[in-house]
Design a protein around this ligand. Structure first.
Ligand code: CS2
Ligand code: MN
Length: 357
């Protein structure tokens, strides 16, 4: 297992590389060119800048999260071919600096979705929260919800909810009227058939991130939601370069998803993992908790054990953390709770390793 930590870049993150380097066990950053518009080719000089920054701290840049997929590709519009060509060139550019894994997702319009980014937990910390009744009712108006969440979010937005997208939102929703789950599968296949050979040639594994939450929201189709669909994804193009980002918190918000089971089954095709815990309430709402098993609904010990049993050699990172000790940070992406999460994961891992001999 290779431990990593997500970093949003100089001037774009409250956490510094120096701090990341001091978290025990961290070997690399998980990064992206966050200011590059979706669909553009990532320029070599900007990629090299990140490499230079990270190498000062002896951190690798093996994992990129995310190279986002243009909506035209997900919608299967004629313009998709241009964006797919650009995506291929980005893969090639990333290959040149030795990137090994590219995480991406195929969620229509939005990325992860929550209704409150600063919900109070019993211990006084705050965390990301999803309240079903705010999103999942007949006639919900996403624009109203977005506004409400943005107002309470202290200037941060959820990925995919960027203000510049708001104007296009109505058009996008209209475009998705023609896209059901099967059509989305077709468009994903078309995309993968073209990019996976390029990833193979460049020594890169593509790792799709599950939909979060793993069910349809606002009437939009979502397909990367469960073990069965992950298997379907892997079979779309049968290549080691067509893989999964195993995100415990995303898949885990549906209690039917047995995460340790999924890990044991698809371990060979999981080049990258996100580990976090969530507490699911009886009505289906969920909140992100500390990583510790007893704090949430997921058995993180068993999840790490499943990776350990398979001698997992992929990359791993703590996913979101709570906001603790008055830290001012991106929602879910502070230093403290994620660092605690790493120590918990490594603690479990070390004891399992020790017990092997
Ligand atoms: C991430 C996702 O912050 C997160 O929860 O796991 O936003 C992830 O970066 C994207 O879905 C990957 O494309
Ligand atoms: Mn994740």
């Amino acid at each position: 297992m290779k431990m990593t930590f997500r970093w949003y870049g100089n001037g774009n993150d409250s956490v510094s590389l120096e701090q990341i380097k001091q978290i025990p066990g961290v070997e690399g950053i998980v990064w992206a060119l966050h200011n590059e518009p979706v669909g553009n080719i990532w320029p070599m000089e900007k990629i090299l800048e990140i490499q230079k920054d990270a190498s000062k701290y002896n951190l690798n840049i093996d994992v990129v999260e995310s190279v986002n997929v243009h909506e035209d590709i997900k919608l299967g519009l004629p313009t998709r071919d241009l964006y797919i060509e650009n995506y291929k060139k980005t893969i090639e550019n990333l290959g040149k600096v030795g990137v090994k894994v590219i995480c991406y997702n195929f969620m229509p319009i939005f990325d992860w979705t929550r209704t409150d980014l600063y919900k109070k937990l019993d211990d006084g910390s705050t965390a990301l929260f999803y309240e079903k009744s705010k999103v999942e009712f007949e006639g919900v108006n996403p624009l109203v919800l977005i506004k409400e969440i943005s107002e309470g979010s202290k200037g941060y937005t959820m990925p995919g909810w960027e203000p510049e997208k708001f104007e296009r939102l109505e058009k996008l929703f209209l475009a998705y009227k023609n896209i059901n789950e099967e059509k989305l599968w077709e468009n994903l296949k078309y995309f993968l058939e073209q990019i996976i050979p390029v990833a193979e040639l460049n020594g890169i594994k593509m790792a799709i991130h599950p939909d979060d939450p793993p069910w349809s929201i606002f009437g939009l189709p979502r397909i990367i939601t469960c073990g069965e669909n992950l298997e379907r994804l892997l079979n779309l193009v049968d290549s080691k370069s067509n893989g999964i980002t195993l995100c415990s918190g995303s898949l885990g918000s549906n209690p039917k998803n047995n995460i340790p089971d999924i890990i044991r089954r698809y371990n060979e095709r999981i080049p990258f993992a996100h580990i976090r815990n969530i507490k699911i309430y009886e009505n289906g709402d969920f909140i992100e908790t500390s990583h510790r098993s007893c704090d949430g609904s997921l058995d993180i010990t068993e999840i790490v054990k499943a990776f350990n049993e398979r001698n997992y050699e992929g990359y791993i990172r703590p996913d979101h953390g709570r906001h603790i000790w008055n830290e001012k940070c991106r929602p879910g992406y502070g230093l403290y709770d994620r660092a605690l999460g790493i120590m918990y994961i490594l603690g479990i891992w070390d004891i399992l390793e020790k017990n092997k001999y």
